[in-house]
Design a binder for this molecule. Sequence first.
Ligand SMILES: Nc1ncnc2c1ncn2[C@@H]1O[C@H](COP(=O)(O)OP(=O)(O)OP(=O)(O)O)[C@@H](O)[C@H]1O
Length: 582
Amino acid sequence: MLKLLQKKFALSESGAKDLIKGSLYSALADLTMMLPVGLFIMLLDELLQPLLGTSASTPNLMKYVLLVFVVFIVLYCCQSLQYSSVFISTYTESATRRINLAEKLRQLPLSFFGKRDLSDLTNTIMGDCATLEHAFSHAVPQLFGAMLSTLVITIGLLYTDWRMGLAVLWVIPAAFLMIIGSKYLQNRAELKHYQAKRICADGIQECLETIQDIKACSMKERYIEGLDKKLDAAEQAHIHSELTLGAFVTSAQAVLRLGLASVILAGSEFLIAGKTDLLTYLIFLITASRLYDPLSGTLSNVAEIFMAEIPVTRMQEMKAQPVQHGEKNYRLNGYNIEFDHVAFSYNTAEPVLKDVSFVAKQGEVTALVGPSGDGKSTAAKLAARFWDADSGKITLGGQDITAIDPEALLKNYAIVFQDVTLFNDTVMENIRLGKREATDEEVREAARMAMCDEFVSRMPMGYDTVIGENGSVLSGGERQRISIARAILKNAPIILLDEATASLDVENETKIQTALTELIKNKTVLIIAHRMRTVANADKIVVLSDGYVSQQGKPDDLLKQDGLYRHMVKIQTQNMDWSLYK
Ligand SMILES: Nc1ncnc2c1ncn2[C@@H]1O[C@H](COP(=O)(O)OP(=O)(O)OP(=O)(O)O)[C@@H](O)[C@H]1O
């Protein structure tokens, strides 16, 4: 039962237990709602008896005042128990669900993020969790509770008078069958609504991210028009989904209302035929008037639960994604990185790396060069286990990196990528990311080595200046220098530099290269650069072309060969004479 609930509703074990508890309390709360009815029937019985001549005693009003007081206390206790049990457990589960999802995302390989777009992921974490939160606080326990309490009341009614019982109860399965029968249509409409909403969110996100280019290309009108269409489509899909839901729920609620009419008709018929007495008739009338109200609300709960299936499925998909495993404790024999017949493709059939073998030795600078798009960055990222190779093996210090926990592995790497990621925090804290426990002085020293001092001193609050979302107040070169400072601070045994100095002017590039020369001493350095002069002093050049290593060796040796490396050096030397105004 627990396992079934966990699977069906993407719950943790404690969440499933709380759901059962909440449902039982909801059932209890629903049943206690019938206590005033019971009390009223008792009073009615005592009032009717003298009129019908079965007893001469008059009702003891004091007893009823006391009973009303007791019923009020019982009602209050049950409702508060139900409220705290359902809501507290729902919000606790919701927090656990969000934390678990975020933790799962942290463990997932980057390949997963390539398959899913960011707004979809954000929607799953924020939107889907909110949808489930609402379903579990306002629909699921109430539905299960109503089912349990209705079952108890059904048994009581059928036991009292099965024919009158049937007159009250026939509408319940009829109304629920209507809702269950419409499940397919409702889910289809909701799925369309979700997809339209996602396309719309994607469009808005894209618009915000590319606002500069949109303005630069005078595409504003075209873009707004496109966004307008997406918003319209989302609105239409929403209306359609609400109408589908509304049509079925309202019809089912109308069917429920027929129950009262059927009790009146059948009851009058039985009363005239002498098949039932007045008190029983009144009992069924009062019960029917109380029974249908909570059930009417429950019909929309069923629809909400159907709709919750979409987020539950998406969450389960995410939970089922395979994560990268590995040992946290491992022994390395040095820090050589070796690619052994490595092949890799992203989500496309065409592999980026087909058969790549080379060694990047500790204490040496190994440069990956080659035509654009031929897999240099991919190879560098594979070396840090951002993805796992499809075939072949990558080892670090003789250990297969797939046997090492990705986070534990990354402790050995300092990485400077082309696309630097900065946080909306101070310069100091952005650099300190390289080494959390670093003192302010250590951070400043790393910043000085990475030539950050000069631009930080111009900032209003120096190292305490907040640099905006992803370093929006900084230039490309400044962002890159912060990233280099991080790497210097981390002082890891392996350094991956992917176009690390691409955004720098010649003066800063030369200065930073001097700092990098200090940084890379006795380390394993894998460097990617398009400018051949950046890698001319490397110990080894690996030329990647069309998924293969077409050449590898010392730069001077490769220059003597009639190959791609010499060709690239030649073209770049010729280009140095090129001018826009020629
Ligand atoms: N996350 C990704 N998902 C799918 N395809 C990708 C991804 N990253 C890169 N690619 C594709 O893989 C191929 C190799 O890309 P990669 O960035 O490794 O090349 P590169 O040699 O470093 O290019 P450049 O010199 O232009 O930086 C390209 O065709 C690129 O479009």
